[in-house]
Design a protein. Sequence first.
Length: 157
Amino acid sequence: MTYNSWRATKAFTMHSIKIHTFNPSKPCADREFYIYILSKGLNSGKPLEHPCPNCFVLECNSQSENVFYHSLLFGLWKIKYFHPYLTGSVIPFLRLSDLKSILIDKQEKLECSMDSFYSDVIKIKVLDAQQEKLEKTIALIKELKFSMICRHLLPNS
């Protein structure tokens, strides 16, 4: 989604956040506007593409709301914002109440600067795409260097 298309659809009102624990026996009806959030492990708080047994479900009312919360969760997870909130001695986990209060707090703080927040999110996505291309290029260079040496040092090559 581009910045201009987001601006056109961003007219959503902040509402009370609906989050619950994912239950595999009760699949979500309209998965289009749901965000799955990892609840256990050091990656707790990470938004997921598909549900897993250890996740929360954030229900959104529209695509623009979905994009906002996904971007917010991704940003918070990326800067390890949830780490101080992890509890548990063996497997760390994020409490549902902590997640909800964090999201409400950050949502209120971003209300005034949503345009600049989303503009930065778009820039980060472009940078991530560039980083991915560079990583693929580096992997190809490593493979090429390996092949060049192998053809001289390994028999039957």
